[in-house]
Design a protein around this ligand. Structure first.
Ligand code: PMV
Length: 313
């Protein structure tokens, strides 16, 4: 039976989460943790061997199938990206699944088509999203949104916002991710920020300020100025806390990492999930995170994007 396996990397948001939903600048980096989807024809929708046709579960998978005029496949996903950890598991699933489905049904497999499917899947599942996670999980390396830097790769518009996505040079960097173990789905937190912003002028100012520090951070990364980049990450964390998307455990892990890091911040939607620390002392940071009850993992930048791993007829 015909089978296609495609994989995509997870990601971390270096700077600019939440404000990017409103068209502000952001930068995200692919990480060396991946998800692989094996897809084959099937009479009904099977996800890891379980029937999924009638249920409301698996919105990303269903969105990608709809966009490709396909109803049923069997998909088996193998991942080393923890779910709801802020490390892009749903974006990586959407991108790898889109590429595998497109190849299986003989459709275009260019990155832009995959990124469009994956963005639509995230947007549909979350109710509101930027194309940041899906762009970096598709393209790999590093991508910037609405930053005047790098090579243009694609643009997306949705819900009155538009994003110009560029590929940016990423120096070799080591990060420690600290997973809080707190399951924190993105949709409700994005919705909370939307309500806060609607009711409160101060929230809009914080979002603008996150956009401004992100631009400074992108310039620092381009100059390979690790110290300045770290300082800006920590500043970004403070602004995200003011926006109300951090939590005690994230703050604890950030504070524990700082003595051994250039900078640290929550990554992704917050409320739980993960934080990241930019460091050249990963062992000390891992230990500090573990002592405070977090799950540390060392990740590296420069990971390639979505790709076909295997095809069988
Ligand atoms: O928690 P994650 O990885 O889904 O991060 C979402 C990033 C946000 O900026 C909060 C939302 C978005 O779609 O950009």
């Amino acid at each position: 039976m015909r089978k296609v396996t495609a994989s995509a990397p997870g990601k971390m948001i270096l700077l600019g989460e939440h404000s990017v939903v409103y068209g502000k600048p952001a930068v995200a980096l692919a990480i060396d943790r991946r998800i692989a989807c094996t897809v084959s024809p099937s009479r009904e929708l099977l996800v890891n061997g379980h029937r999924a046709s009638g249920s409301i579960a698996h919105p990303h998978i269903k969105s990608v199938l709809r966009d490709n005029g396909a109803a049923n496949v069997s998909v088996d996903a193998v991942t080393d990206i923890p779910a709801s950890s802020g490390l892009g598991s749903s974006a990586a699933l959407s991108a790898s699944f889109s590429l595998a489905v497109r190849r299986l049904f003989g459709r275009e497999t260019d990155e832009e088509s995959v990124a469009a499917d994956a963005f639509n899947a995230e947007y549909t599942a979350q109710g509101r999203a930027s194309p940041m996670d899906t762009s970096v999980c598709t393209h790999g390396g590093g991508v910037a949104l609405n930053c005047p830097i790098g090579r243009h790769i694609w643009s997306f518009s949705r819900g009155g916002n538009s994003w110009d996505v560029t590929e940016v040079e990423v120096p070799k960097m080591t990060f420690v991710v600290g997973y809080t173990g707190i399951h924190a789905p993105t949709g409700p937190i994005v919705e909370r920020v939307r309500k806060y912003k609607e009711r409160n002028r101060f929230a809009s100012d914080v979002i603008d300020e996150i956009g401004a520090v992100t631009l400074d951070g992108v310039q620092a990364m381009a100059r390979n100025d690790t110290e300045e980049l770290g300082r800006i990450m920590t500043q970004n964390h403070k602004l995200l806390s003011i926006l109300g998307v951090s939590c005690d455990q994230l703050n604890k892990l950030v504070n524990a990492s700082l003595p051994y890091s250039y900078g640290a911040k929550l990554t992704g939607s917050g409320g739980g999930g993960s934080m990241i620390a930019l460091t050249d002392r990963p062992e000390q940071v891992c230990e500090a995170i573990a002592v405070r009850g977090g799950v540390p993992m060392v990740v590296h930048t420069g990971e390639p994007g979505v790709r076909i791993e295997d095809e069988q007829d």
